[in-house]
Design a protein around this ligand. Structure first.
Ligand code: SF4
Length: 331
């Protein structure tokens, strides 16, 4: 069986930074540290951090008065920030800088008198955070039909921002619908779309030209992983979202000569290894990786955590520290 890995895949810079913030906080302040919501949407990561002393909460009322509190990579609303301040919590903000940039853009457009449209999925924590960071009415649209249903005069000056786990390709149709409905629309340039989302989707499309079946390693509540699965299916390739290799079913491999594997931005490389090991149980595996975009982007952790960093394991080992190609190429 040929197994081809997408490139890039797995951890993005925002996820590495968020996990590293938890690891450094544990080193500096000692356990427990409290993380509001899953730091990133991946059970392996959450369990690994729990084992080192992180406690995951959904509400700040669960954090004791002197608790070190970390906001997840998805970002939080102003109300949550204010709640943390009112409780006097020591907050470390692991919101991805690209998500924070969307918040800033939204506030900028609103200050300039525009009606705000957010393109994203209702209920996703990033969307809830963004809705709560822009202090004015924000209209959430998920489809082109939602745009048609907007009860706003055509002359309304509007601006849009997007959930970061939607790519340029995902949002193209909705943005076009906005331009059809409203003559005066502004929005961020395509260079502002999350690089990691776009790169992983482009790599998946390349993979779909070669693979008979594709596995996307990621969590069911991971927005970008679900989107990768949808793109594989749209390309006509059976594509399965798996949390671990144990979920791979023999019937999914029937007649497949070439298996493609990718991983969502919050899925660690150890889980990719796990999927490859699971495939080896069905027969010999010939492993290769697509030539693709090398990503060099890194985001800095908060200044107060720069003095520590001797115990960074999950963000590195969960990333490319465990490259499956190292096994076959002696790297
Ligand atoms: S997918 Fe993009 S926006 Fe989301 S955490 Fe990663 S780098 Fe940041």
């Amino acid at each position: 069986m040929r197994v081809i890995l997408a490139q890039p895949r797995g951890f993005c810079a925002g996820v590495v930074r968020a996990i590293e913030i938890v690891e450094r906080a544990l080193e500096k302040f000692g356990p427990p540290v409290y993380v509001r919501h899953e730091i990133v949407h991946n059970k392996w990561v959450v369990d690994a951090l729990k084992a080192r002393g992180a406690r995951f909460v959904e509400d700040l009322s669960e954090v004791p008065a002197d608790g070190v509190t970390i906001f997840s990579a998805h970002g939080v609303s102003k109300a949550v920030e204010n709640d943390a301040a009112a409780r006097g919590l020591h907050v470390l903000n692991a919101t991805c800088p690209l998500v924070s940039k969307v918040h800033t853009q939204g506030r900028h457009y609103l200050r300039n008198g525009r009606t705000m449209i957010l393109i994203g999925h209702a209920g996703h924590p990033e969307v809830e955070g963004t809705l709560g960071q822009i202090p004015g009415p924000v209209y959430l649209v998920q489809t082109e039909d939602d745009v048609e249903r907007l009860q706003l005069p055509a002359a309304t000056p509007v601006a849009y921002v997007t959930q970061t786990t939607l790519s340029v390709d995902d949002t193209r149709g909705i943005i076009a619908a906005l331009y059809r409905k409203f003559p005066d629309v502004v929005g961020p340039g395509t260079k502002d779309i999350c690089y990691a989302t776009q790169n992983r989707q482009t790599a998946l499309r390349e993979l779909s030209k070669l693979a008979d079946v594709i596995f996307v390693v990621g969590a069911t509540n991971s927005s970008n992983s679900n989107r990768l699965r949808e793109i594989g299916i749209e390309a006509g390739i059976p594509t399965h979202l798996i949390a671990s290799g144990a979920e791979i079913k023999a019937e999914w491999l029937g007649g497949a000569d070439t298996v493609g594997i990718t991983a969502g931005a919050s899925a660690p490389e150890v889980m990719v290894n796990d999927a490859i090991d699971a495939l080896r149980r069905f027969g010999p595996v010939e492993l290769s990786q697509l030539a693709g975009q090398e990503e060099q982007i890194e985001f800095r952790v908060p200044v107060e955590l720069l003095e520590v960093g001797n115990n960074i394991m999950i963000s590195k080992d969960g990333g490319r520290g465990h490259s499956p190609l190292a096994k076959v190429e002696g790297r």
